[in-house]
Design a protein around this ligand. Sequence first.
Ligand SMILES: Cc1cc2nc3c(=O)[nH]c(=O)nc-3n(C[C@H](O)[C@H](O)[C@H](O)COP(=O)(O)OP(=O)(O)OC[C@H]3O[C@@H](n4cnc5c(N)ncnc54)[C@H](O)[C@@H]3O)c2cc1C
Length: 453
Amino acid sequence: MGSIEIIGAGLAGCEAAFQAAEAGVKVVLHEMRPQKRTPAHKTDAFGELVCSNSLKSEQVHSAPWLLKQEMRRLDSLLMRAAEAARVPGGHALTVDREVFSREITNAIQPHRFIEVRRGEITQIPRSGIVIVATGPLTSEALANEISRLTGSHRLYFYDSISPIVCADSIDFSVVFRASRYGKSLDGTDDYLNCPFNKEQYETFVTALLGAASYEAHIEEDKIPYFEGCLPIEEIARRGRDTLRFGPMKPAGLEDPRTGRWPYAAVQLRQENQRADSYNLVGFQNHLRFGDQARIFRMIPGLEGAEFVRFGQMHRNTYINSPALLDSTLQLKSDPRIFFAGQISGVEGYAESIATGLVAGRNAAALARGEEPQRFPRETAFGSLCHYVTHADPRHFQPANITFDLLPPLDKPTKRRLRHDKKARHAEVCRRAAEAFEGFRDGSSASLYHEVSA
Ligand SMILES: Cc1cc2nc3c(=O)[nH]c(=O)nc-3n(C[C@H](O)[C@H](O)[C@H](O)COP(=O)(O)OP(=O)(O)OC[C@H]3O[C@@H](n4cnc5c(N)ncnc54)[C@H](O)[C@@H]3O)c2cc1C
């Protein structure tokens, strides 16, 4: 039986190490701290939470809850540590970060199958099974190595995320479908357009200029922005009309109701094949989430918008996983190498732990001469892995777990529960649990046919 080298003893790396070691596989876990630090980590501890102490919602039948339930069912070390470190936090799973790291250390350090080696890894081992779990602040030398492996155009260092809204919360009596100057790649009108008149535009810009931004967590986030990727509030600060000549440019967008171009427009691009969510094109921003909800609901047609995700901008090293990884989290071009955690294209603590768990189990399977497994698509695990490996590589952005990533309910169920969102979410969770248990028993791979797509 082979052994596994894991690079990075953060959230994903520790979970992966524990899963593989519990499967009886020898693990070498590399961590560069304390010799070399990241701009965000403050300690040498395993699984350090670099910012908030929340692992998100524990509200029953929410998507983050579903993901954590699946992790618990697979004996996740970090979920156990979170339980032991839990502090009151309303509906969220909030933890005492020191106790959390201590619980992880107590399981990793003495484990008879885990050897910890401190020091920066600058090259991916040329043979053997490897999990790269070096996170959003991967050291520069290793990032160069990864870019050699994946192609430099497939490694990103910065995340600028646009907000996403649910399609059924868009007012289609206001927005109109059109591509600029009628030009579209496949002849269809690719974009939804939210038209502004002058007064609406002025009010919107005033609100934007008065909004509160997040303070940067780390020096690297106080970036001199790339000119091609400015946050919208920064564009607005450069002049009241600058947005109208940038991401809110109306040129070529004929509103069928007026036969004219609007004064300004926000374009919405379809986010997934089901067309049940849309992102606000070019609307990356640094605003507080509350202000985003308030201000973006001033956009004509988005007055009742429900946000699947808010905009964000921060330092983040991640690969273009849809072009590079299989849903087992193996590199297609060299399947002995796995990616897990934030670098694999997920966003958030819980999501990083989940991909660590998947990579750890699959790497252990490979070491034991078994087939790595794909989680059923109906599960939160399966959907997260599906997203990072099947999203559109041309517009790929890391994602948190949301119901948007899970397959839709069948039409009759959707129709039956159309007035009851809570019941729809409960049904998605019930279906996930069923598929998950079937998968664990080995009785069914998936209820969803696209699993192997
Ligand atoms: C500033 C910042 C704040 C964030 N805040 C939140 C938040 O509040 N909530 C949330 O859900 N998510 C947050 N995230 C996103 C993300 O969930 C966390 O970064 C999370 O820790 C990612 O887990 P990971 O295991 O992928 O990486 P990490 O937990 O960062 O672990 C990676 C490990 O690899 C080590 N390493 C790096 N390079 C090398 C190398 N060459 N050799 C050896 N070791 C190496 C690092 O020292 C680190 O220990 C934040 C990210 C950043 C950058």
